[in-house]
Design a protein around this ligand. Structure first.
Ligand SMILES: Nc1nc2c(c(=O)[nH]1)N[C@H]1C(S)=C(S)[C@@H](COP(=O)(O)O)O[C@H]1N2
Ligand SMILES: [Mo]
Length: 536
């Protein structure tokens, strides 16, 4: 092999190592933040979707149940070939190979965006993989170029033996002492990068393997029908204004808040929930037993204490679960207990007043969300849903223990970190259309949004323009007092600039608090305010 052949071969290896490392880190990131969708599974899924049925049948007949492995292997070969090409091209022309990887990244992103499993977390992953691949490729090729330059200089060195082959590679092979330090540097960075790729790949395979197994179990799970179905959604509950979101938030659009760096992946077959602490008898519940209980289905709107006024950390879903009061009744809380410390598989905790878990509200040990098993990100296989309380003191996902205790003895995760011990949801309302800062045409301007006062119910919603008199909005019927309500109001507006505010009043007559408060320690207050520019 002469110098240039050797350089080409090493550039190809550098391409494979750079792309491989990017992909491995991407898969690892996906394993951590996006258990149901990674760039590789997205591209694989897209390939399966576009391949004509005939080819699919042929592949299945050829590879049988190993068809997915064969697909991944084939994808691996194609990717490796393109990566090698990127390396070779990058050596010829700076950034040409980097551009090839950028195309990979865009293709990966397109595949991810096209999948039905899409969640916001999955989106940056292919970009991360591509950027890592691009940076590594440039870096490795730079090292290779340095070595080539040093070798060429050494070959032309007048001190070199005139009888020695002029070829620098041959010179290095015949005399290790003549090897330039840049040669060692190149192999060091190449080897180091490859080691990172292998490590990331092994970790990613472990995480993703577990996630794939549990995702499969989840998708095959048939939830039982509720013994008590949700009350029907009243006619007219949806105001049907463009820009006012759906009354029931689809799982994929549902906000996600938790401290989990890696989404916990729990096998429902292994899952148990223990009721411990101040109880007459400890109870241990497995998933099959839970599914056999008389389950109820209820719409409940949950909200995050970190939701700013007008924010979107709130969502409404149809939850299927077993009332927590029935579970606690089995255990028999002892006198003096006033709190339930719920704990998730990853150690996170919430402290919930015992009272709200035992009164007549539908506090649920939930297994279903909008007709499906809970998504992995939302607590599969089971979580708590408590009407009227912020998530941080109630909505424990991946729940594995309920410890009946006392506020005097235990604290939930967020309380020592600057958040209130108790977290009832504050009555609030939001203007969804027109959005803040929008221009609209003069005439009748349709305003619309949502309002909530969980477990009390919304009594009325009013709007005021430029701090004028409050005007009653048309309040759509809520599904229940535990859900948000939609509202709308058409206002005649002449050209100009307006400030429009909304306020809700609950069914007990308590109005939403006007004074602005930050989200910490107990939830934001103040009126959602939008500026609207009305054009003629
Ligand atoms: N295990 C666990 N459960 C948790 C949390 C968490 O960090 N870990 N966060 C809580 C918070 S602060 C909120 S607002 C809700 C959000 O639930 P969601 O992600 O399903 O919307 O989950 C709650 N349950
Ligand atoms: Mo939250």
């Amino acid at each position: 092999m002469n110098t240039s052949q050797r350089a080409t071969a090493l550039a190809a290896v550098a391409g494979v190592v750079a792309v491989g490392t990017g992909l491995a880190l991407g898969e690892l990131a996906a394993g951590l933040v996006s258990p149901s969708l990674s760039p590789v599974t997205a591209v694989g899924g897209a390939v399966i979707d576009v391949v004509p049925p005939g080819v699919k049948d042929w592949a299945i007949s050829l590879f049988g149940t190993a068809d997915k492995t064969a697909l991944l292997g084939g994808m691996g070969l194609v990717i490796a070939a393109l990566a090698a090409l990127a390396g070779v091209v990058e050596l010829r022309r700076r950034f040409a190979g980097v551009a090839i990887i950028a195309v990979f990244g865009v293709a990966g992103l397109a595949a991810v965006l096209g999948r039905s499993e899409l969640t916001p977390n999955a989106v940056p992953v292919p970009l991360l993989a591509a950027v890592v691949g691009m940076i590594l490729l440039r870096w490795l090729i730079r090292r290779l170029e340095e070595w080539q330059a040093d070798a060429a200089a050494a070959a032309g060195d007048p001190r070199a033996d005139a009888a020695a082959p002029a070829d620098a590679a041959a010179a290095e092979e015949s005399d290790p002492a003549a090897r330039p330090p840049s040669r060692r540097r190149f192999f060091q960075v190449l080897g180091g990068t490859a080691a990172v790729a292998v490590l990331a790949g092994v970790l990613a395979a472990t995480f993703r393997g577990a996630a794939a197994v549990v995702s499969e179990l989840r998708s095959k799970l048939a939830l039982p029908a509720p013994v008590s179905p949700a009350p029907p959604v009243p006619a007219g509950a949806e105001v049907r204004l463009d820009g006012v979101g759906p009354l029931v938030t689809p799982n994929k659009e549902f906000y996600r808040i938790d401290t989990a760096l890696r989404v916990p992946v729990l096998d429902p077959g292994q899952w148990t929930l223990k009721v411990t602490g101040l109880v007459e008898r400890e109870v241990s519940l497995d998933f099959a037993t839970l599914l056999a209980k008389p389950l109820v289905e209820r719409h409940v709107t949950i909200a995050c204490v970190s939701n700013e006024v007008g924010g979107d950390l709130i969502g409404n879903a149809l939850w299927l679960g077993w009332p927590v009061r029935d579970l606690l009744a089995l255990a028999g809380p002892k006198d003096g207990a006033d709190m339930v410390l719920s704990r998730s598989s990853d150690g996170w905790t919430a402290g919930t007043p015992l009272e709200v878990l035992t009164d007549n509200r539908d506090a649920l040990l939930a297994v279903g969300m909008n007709g499906e098993p809970l998504p992995l990100e939302h607590g599969f296989p089971a979580r708590l849903i408590v009407p009227g309380l912020y998530g941080y003191v109630s909505a424990t996902k991946w729940v594995t223990e309920l410890k009946v205790t006392r506020f005097a003895d235990d604290v939930g995760y967020w309380t020592p970190r600057g958040w209130s011990e108790r977290g009832p949801i504050k009555t609030s309302s939001r203007i969804d259309v027109p959005r803040d800062g929008r221009s609209v045409t003069a005439g009748t301007v349709a305003f619309g949004g949502v309002a909530w006062a969980q477990h009390t119910g919304v009594g009325r919603v009013e709007l005021r323009v430029n701090r004028g008199a409050w005007q009653l909005a048309e309040l759509a019927p809520g599904i229940s007092k535990d859900t948000w309500y939609q509202w709308k109001l058409a206002l005649p507006l002449t050209p100009g600039q307006y400030e429009v505010q909304v306020r809700a009043t609950d069914l007990n007559g308590a109005a939403q608090v006007e004074d602005r408060a930050p989200v910490a320690p107990s939830g934001a207050t103040g009126f959602h305010t939008v500026r609207v520019y009305v054009k003629s």
